[in-house]
Design a protein around this ligand. Structure first.
Ligand SMILES: [Zn+2]
Length: 499
């Protein structure tokens, strides 16, 4: 099964709880700031349920409702402070803070869409400002305005707050660009409301042409009806008591006469050591950044976790190689351990041929055959090895030309060990064979293995630890390793003799 048709067991259960189709699976995100990996979780939950429904033969429309018409509520980190003046304006009408896209909304939406495309998520992206402008929401808006009293009662009962006397489900856009003129009169024939602007002037707004929008809680129920939604996942911020789904559920049933779509509540993604991901707090990981260190299929599994109803603590440091190895074990026939790829990638740089040779010598001939895949895997490994991901212990730099200065710190016993290993290393020895040789030589000479291996790493890397020694030494090639061990054993001992 390819990654894009991935159906985990929880998604299977959700799909079973939904009735017969056709289905419309909806996911909605407001591009009010960076759209991060936590937001990606919502889309991937929806994708998995879509896959499960399709697997049983259902017809499914899979929609990403980008809330581009939403007002700017607060300034996202990194956005100039003078954007304060756009608060209350639709995100689709606020300029791009960096000037590279048509609007504020597009600036944050575009990288997310690009990541979805790279992951092969086949989703229909709708922009809410376009839906309003095309008249798509005209009927539900009219219905909402006509039932203003009932909607207000529901909001009051669910939220426990008194609602303003002039409350309206519809927020006309005033001449200043702000959403929220006070509605005075409804002219259903003209699809218009008459409203008072900030200065009390009476104006009219055509809700069939997007001259305003429904308030968020009403819009949620209204768009279920307009889109014919049958399933939508929600984060726990929406589903808490008195939250937006509580009011939308009642509005759907009691006002819009529309059945509440199936639901799945997903939990937050935390970044280990930094807390829950939040674009307003500047704690974000962008899907595009994560795609630099792992393939789409791995990202899909990582973000969903075993069960998206549980909070996920993303460990992209020490725990990452193990995650990658589990993923590879599931998807590849003869996987190279990720940590070894990290070693190879840092040893050979961009040279894929040298990498293939090194993998072959280390006992991973199969992996060396698919050049394209190898190049990709090496790129992920190399990117992970950089700041800020890999812990220091994974970072290596093999000094190709010079003997590391740290080698001067090796004692007589360690130097004799390296000299003996140099005599015994034969061309073409595999990774395991080399590992055995390194170990048995240590035992034979009475050198504690920990000190023996420290000598190997010091000679090659200038530090006391490193990747698994056998495949690493074999990967570097016997001629290189022999020469290095011999030079370290001699150079440092002669310098000692002189002193
Ligand atoms: Zn931009």
């Amino acid at each position: 099964m390819s990654d894009v048709q991935y159906v985990p067991s929880w998604a299977q259960r959700v799909a079973e709880s939904l009735g017969d189709g056709p289905h419309v699976v909806v996911t909605g995100i407001s591009p009010s700031g960076n759209i991060h990996a936590g937001n990606l979780r919502e889309v991937l939950v929806a994708e998995a349920v879509t896959n499960a429904l399709r697997a049983r033969g259902e017809e499914v429309r899979f929609v990403f409702h980008a809330d581009t018409v939403d007002p700017l509520r607060k300034i996202s980190p990194g956005v100039p402070a003078n954007f304060e003046r756009y608060i209350g304006h639709s995100l689709s009408r606020v300029p791009d803070p960096e000037g590279c896209h048509d609007s504020y909304a597009e600036h944050f939406l575009a990288p997310f869409e690009a990541a979805l495309a790279e992951m092969g998520v086949e989703i229909e992206v709708l922009r809410s400002h376009e839906l309003y402008e095309s008249g798509f929401y005209a009927d539900v808006t009219r219905e909402a305005i006509e039932r203003t009293g009932e909607l207000r009662d529901i909001l009051r009962e669910v939220s426990g707050r008194e609602m303003p006397e002039h409350w309206s489900p519809f927020l006309p856009r005033t001449a200043s660009g702000r959403l929220g003129g006070r509605v005075l009169k409804h002219l259903p024939e003209q699809r218009c409301v008459v409203y008072a602007d900030e200065d009390g002037w009476e104006e009219s707004a055509d809700y069939g042409r997007g001259e305003g929008k429904l308030g968020w809680r009403v819009e949620l129920a209204a768009r279920w009806k307009a889109l014919g939604a049958t399933f939508e996942p929600f984060g726990k911020d929406h589903t808490s008591r008195g939250g937006s789904t509580d009011s939308a559920d009642r509005m759907a049933r009691e006002v819009f006469d529309y059945p509440v779509p199936g639901r799945y509540e997903y939990e937050w993604i935390q970044l280990r050591g930094r807390g829950a991901m939040s674009s307003s707090k500047g704690i974000v990981l962008l899907p595009g950044e994560l795609l630099e260190i792992m393939p789409p299929g791995a990202l899909r599994r990582m973000v969903l976790g075993r069960d998206p109803a549980r909070a996920l603590d993303l460990d992209l440091g020490t725990g990452f190689p193990r995650f990658m190895d589990e993923y590879k074990a599931d998807t590849e026939s003869d996987p190279v351990p990720f940590a070894h790829l990290v070693t190879v990638a840092q040893t050979v740089g961009e040279d894929a041929e040298a990498a293939a040779e090194m993998l072959g010598r280390g006992g991973y001939e199969e992996a060396a055959k698919d050049g394209e895949k190898l190049r990709r895997d090496l790129r992920y490994a190399r990117n992970w090895a950089r700041e800020p991901w890999a812990p220091e212990s994974y970072r290596i730099g093999v000094a190709r030309e010079e003997v590391p200065s740290e080698a001067a710190g090796l004692d007589e016993e360690q130097r004799r060990y390296l000299g003996t290993v140099a005599e015994r290393l034969r061309d073409g020895m595999g990774g395991e064979e080399t590992q055995d040789l390194l170990y048995s030589t240590a035992v034979e000479l009475g050198v504690k293995p920990k000190r023996a291996f420290a000598a190997v790493y010091t000679a090659l890397l200038g530090k006391k630890s490193g990747p698994k020694a056998g495949p690493f030494v074999a990967g570097l090639g016997a001629p290189f390793a022999r020469e290095r061990f011999r030079r370290v054993s001699e150079v440092t001992s002669s310098s000692k003799d002189e002193s």
